[in-house]
Design a protein around this ligand. Structure first.
Ligand code: PTJ
Length: 251
């Protein structure tokens, strides 16, 4: 990571790099201006979590990997913040678990959709879905309802990072397994997720990939046991406890 002129030893290096990527995303027409606000909200929670992956979030990332390996048709949904922050890591995750990538935007415009598809292709994606938009998620009346029928429309497991609660709830109602990455354990999307990962997207995505690689040879029974053991409410309660107390119990 060397796209900013700040030494990696700087204590706030990762945070400054993340801000820089979001700013650059806005300049390139990838990230919406609201994305800057969303980033600020996320940063506040990350600061309280100690800007690290807490053990319960690492466990959740492993469960997410198991779900993705068990899935028949997994899809990773990408918005303007995710595309700016970790495009290559999204492509790597999708390749590792054989998932489709689909762009899905709250502030959807044709220009921004195309800019994100192009950006993901520049970072190694072969096929990026989302432009066809021939499917709809029932129960949502904004642009996020638009999906590809052969993408999110027919997925059994969907990774939805930095989601708004509406779509997360509607996808749940369609009986899809939802893996949500959100730094706020109290957000509606984290609360309705099958697997909430309370971590920064820049850490969570490579972590899911690492777990998927480690679990690549696990049997279906082993993966199903990992999935069955997970308690989403306990994961959220743990993240909230860390935020309030500043300790994850591991020190
Ligand atoms: O690109 P678009 O048009 O689809 O718009 C995307 C945004 C993010 C602007 C839109 O979905 C939005 O407004 O989201 P919210 O409602 O602000 O929710 C964003 C959530 O993501 C909040 O709960 C933040 O805490 C969380 N968040 C922000 N940055 C990160 C994050 N979670 C993980 N990693 C981050 N880097």
């Amino acid at each position: 990571m060397s796209d900013i002129e700040i030494p990696e030893s700087h204590p706030r290096y990762q945070s400054l790099l993340t801000r820089h990527r979001i700013e650059e995303g806005v300049e390139k027409g990838i990230t919406s201006q609201q994305g800057l606000i969303a980033q600020g909200r996320g940063e506040a929670f990350d600061y309280l979590l100690g800007e690290r992956t807490i053990p319960s979030a690492d466990d959740a990332a492993r469960v997410a990997a198991a779900h993705l390996l068990l899935a028949t048709h997994p899809v990773v949904s990408v918005n303007g913040n995710v595309a700016a922050l970790c495009p290559a890591e999204i492509v790597e995750l999708a390749n590792t678990v054989d998932a489709d990538i689909e762009v899905n935007l709250f502030n959807r415009t044709d220009e921004r959709m195309q800019a994100i598809v192009d950006h993901l292709r520049e970072h190694g994606a072969d096929e990026v879905k989302g432009l066809t938009a021939d499917g709809r998620i029932p129960g949502i009346d904004h642009e996020r309802a638009k999906v590809d029928a052969d993408g999110i429309g027919s997925a059994d497991v969907v990774v939805v990072p930095l989601e708004d609660g509406d779509r997360a709830e509607a996808l749940g109602a369609m009986d899809k397994t939802e893996i949500v990455v959100d730094l706020n354990p109290m957000s509606r999307s984290a609360r309705v997720a099958t697997v909430p990962i309370v971590d920064n997207i820049v850490r969570a995505v490579p972590n899911i990939t690492a777990h998927a690689r480690e679990l690549a040879d696990a049997s279906r029974e082993e993966l199903e046991a990992i999935v069955a053991d997970f308690d989403a409410d306990a994961a959220l309660a743990d993240a909230e406890r860390v935020i309030r107390s500043g300790s994850d119990g591991s020190e």
